[in-house]
Design a protein around this ligand. Structure first.
Ligand SMILES: C[S@@+](CC[C@H](N)C(=O)[O-])C[C@H]1O[C@@H](n2cnc3c(N)ncnc32)[C@H](O)[C@@H]1O
Length: 251
């Protein structure tokens, strides 16, 4: 908790996004990613592999956009910077490790944007419309978190369909982009299952809020919270779907 709090103090972000809770969320994620680095390694490797496969299958290599770039843990930035003339990293918060990694490349730019309401920012629309590859990198399941927490912080219940609407809005934006000339690659966790030490599933949570996704090209388990992270006897596992070509998956 202390690490997460310290990180939220030092990571730069516009005051509005800080007030909304994005910087705090980013700090919590950063601290957990470091605590759970061994458990997360297989997931990060597969996500990076899926992004590299999508990048290599993209014939035009003008620019690539990564939505939800965050810490760049699952983003093969060096490979993308080698393959594309320009790479745009988009997130509500760009933590320091990502800022430093981006600085090593003259052709990598950072864009700070809050995209739960869709890709509405005019500059973001423009870079996405002109991109040859758009990657949504483990972002989709995160989009409802801050908006739902904002209701709870005011002692109110979030509208029952809010999570569903936010997931649908992001997928609709990807559909529109996939209908253009660029390739869209979506990687997202879809379902959380809680397991006990005997391997019994004790709870499940639909991270897509009822929205059905097409059959993925690849799927794997991400041990998000190994035993001891949230409880000695329980662990959390997320099922991840990868769509290196979202247009083909939707067809
Ligand atoms: C699970 S992380 C993705 C992992 C990231 N690709 C990495 O390698 O670290 C989710 C990311 O989505 C970002 N995010 C969540 N909600 C967002 C929103 N409404 N607008 C923009 N970014 C958002 C978070 O700041 C976080 O960096």
């Amino acid at each position: 908790m202390l690490v997460a709090w310290a990180l939220s103090l030092v990571n730069p972000a516009p005051r509005r996004l800080r007030r909304l809770g994005y910087v705090r969320q980013s700090g919590l994620l950063h601290a957990r990613s470091r605590r759970c680095c061994a458990a997360w390694a297989p997931h990060l490797m597969r996500a990076r592999g899926a992004i590299i496969a999508a990048a290599e299958a993209t014939s035009e290599r003008g620019s690539a956009v990564v939505l939800g770039s965050g810490l760049l843990d699952d983003v093969p930035l060096d490979a993308l910077a080698d393959l594309f003339d320009r790479v745009h990293l988009v997130d509500a918060v760009h933590p320091w490790p990502a800022r430093l990694a981006a600085r090593r490349h003259s052709d990598v730019g950072l864009m700070t944007a809050e995209i739960s309401a869709g890709l509405t920012d005019p500059d973001l629309r423009e870079i996405c419309a002109g991109a040859d590859l758009i990657v949504s990198a483990n972002l989709l399941s995160q989009l409802p978190i801050v908006p739902i927490e904002a209701y709870e912080a005011r002692g109110r219940e979030a509208p029952p369909r809010l999570g569903t609407q936010l997931v649908e809005t992001h997928l609709a934006a990807l559909d529109r982009l996939a209908a253009g000339t660029g390739r869209v690659c979506l990687i997202t966790d879809t379902v959380q299952r809680e397991e006990d030490r005997a391997g019994r599933v004790t709870n499940t949570l639909d991270l897509m809020f009822g929205v059905t996704l097409p059959k993925p090209a690849e799927a794997w388990d991400w041990e998000l919270a190994p035993f001891g992270e949230i409880d000695r006897r329980r662990r959390l596992i997320h099922r991840v779907h990868a769509y290196p070509d979202w247009r083909a998956a939707r067809a």
